[in-house]
Design a protein around this ligand. Structure first.
Ligand SMILES: Cc1ncc(COP(=O)(O)O)c(C=O)c1O
Length: 443
């Protein structure tokens, strides 16, 4: 629960209700569309997250640059960046041109094109792992990383940190509940909880204890934990301890850069000089087109030799369209100047949020990681358990709908705002102003 200082809980609930009513009433076309869509799609959407993560979905007409526009004509600056997938911005001219050119030359051969070689070269230049394979999503990249780790170590257990998210595969949908490893959703195989162990991020003792039985194939972690627990930064020495403990116990280490790669070329792995056995990535790596990738050491790359039969692959994996988009994203959009620009604006955003919190006299703290920001509703937490204790759905949903009514899109309960590449200082000011107005109103 949030530390509310002298904010009134009732006012949060009431304001959320009135903001949601205002949002709905002003969007008759989206409301009509959801009624129509329910006839043939559960929840009226093609994928359940579009309703479970939003109080009220809107149907989108088009996007351009840092914004998108809904079918009622409302424009939003996309500070969620589609959960990082659109970090390059909507309809970036370089991505559009690359995709258009490739579509005209066909989109699938089940054979490689030169673009995939160039993408592998580019990724190998950014991350400290030389051998790369492609999938259609980060979920699938993590799935294959796990399969490779199991094949190589002969062990079954995957170690994750409490509050993790790495995709919609079975092992990931398990976490601690009341101190026990439990399935978070229905439909998973019963044995999955036995194949996952959960430790605490930033806690070497907890990691050591979890690795001690010697049955862990892989530690899979983000370099800084984003997602359902918002954003946990590593404490000094944590990554070194994690690398040393995994090596000592014969466990492989995979760093998932799917969200954090926005901090710079080579993501947090390069920024913090990490040395994992594998790196996984997805989302914005192909400018928002479907693609995931994983890079591995030369030794692990040998294990992926087709004759060794590690269970990997899919018909559309490594397709020319995604490869063309990724080549454009990596060489024309995600260049050093873009990271410098978004990190500078991320700093402006964090400063603005911090000032608003200080003016409101709230005991909250501010998140800073390159282009990403946001607030903790209390002191900075160290572990997933501490972070979970601070979550506050009512307050988060109020912030989201308040911002949406003022032309700022932030979605997903755990995400914080991220400044996309085409955003400007004016976009950041728009966010900060709306956020500050909310805190003033709450007081
Ligand atoms: C860190 C991380 N890894 C992997 C994924 C899975 O990405 P996708 O849903 O695109 O497969 C996500 C999604 O949010 C993520 O945040």
């Amino acid at each position: 629960m949030a530390a509310l200082g002298d904010l009134d809980r009732r006012r949060i609930v009431d304001l959320h209700a009135s903001e949601l009513a205002r949002f709905r009433e002003s969007r008759p076309r989206s409301l009509a569309m959801i009624r129509r869509a329910r006839a043939h799609m559960p929840n009226g959407v093609p994928m359940a997250w579009m309703v479970s993560d939003n109080d009220q979905p809107v149907y989108i007409d088009y996007g351009h640059g840092p914004e998108f526009t809904d079918i009622d004509g409302f424009r939003y600056v996309d500070f969620n960046a589609s959960d990082m997938a659109m970090f390059c911005g909507h309809a970036h001219p370089a991505i559009v041109a690359a995709v258009q050119a490739q579509v005209a030359r066909s989109t699938q051969f089940l054979l490689p094109t030169e673009a995939s070689v160039q993408v592998a070269e580019e990724l190998a230049g950014r991350y400290p792992v030389p051998q790369w394979q492609f999938t259609l999503s980060a979920t699938q990249a993590n799935t294959e990383a796990i399969r490779l780790a199991r094949a190589v170590t002969g062990r079954d257990v995957i170690l994750l940190f409490q509050g993790h998210y790495h995709g919609h595969f079975e092992e990931n949908l398990v976490d601690l509940e009341a101190g026990q490893v439990a399935a978070l959703q229905r439909g998973l195989s019963k044995g999955v909880t036995g194949r996952v162990r959960i430790a605490q991020f930033n806690d070497a003792d907890s990691l050591q204890a979890a690795l001690e039985p010697g049955d862990v194939a892989l530690v899979l972690t983000e370099p800084a934990m984003t997602n359902s627990i918002h954003l946990l930064l590593p404490e000094p020495g944590w990554h070194e301890a994690m690398r040393a403990l995994t090596s000592q116990h014969g466990t492989l280490l995979a760093i998932d850069e799917t969200h954090t790669h926005v901090v710079g070329p080579g993501g947090a792995t390069a920024m913090w000089q990490l040395s994992p056995d594998m790196v996984t990535i997805g989302k914005a790596v192909a400018g928002g087109l479907p693609m995931g990738a994983y890079g591995v050491t030369a030794e692990l790359g040998d294990q992926l030799d087709a004759d060794r039969k590690v269970a990997t692959g899919g018909t559309l994996f490594g397709n020319p369209l995604s490869a063309a988009a990724a080549r454009a994203a990596l060489t024309e959009v995600l260049v050093p100047a873009a990271y410098a620009h978004t990190s500078e604006l991320g700093g402006e955003l964090a400063d603005g949020i911090e000032q608003a919190i200080a003016s409101a006299g709230l005991p909250w703290t501010v998140i800073r990681l390159g282009p990403r920001s946001g607030q903790w509703y209390g002191p900075v937490p160290r572990t997933g358990a501490e972070a979970n204790a601070q979550t506050d759905g009512e307050l988060t949903r109020l912030i989201r709908i308040w911002l949406a009514n003022r032309g700022v899109w932030e979605a997903l309960p755990g995400a914080g705002p991220t400044v996309p590449v085409p955003a400007t200082s004016a976009d950041v000011s728009r966010y900060v102003e709306a956020y500050g107005d909310l805190l003033t109103r709450l007081r």
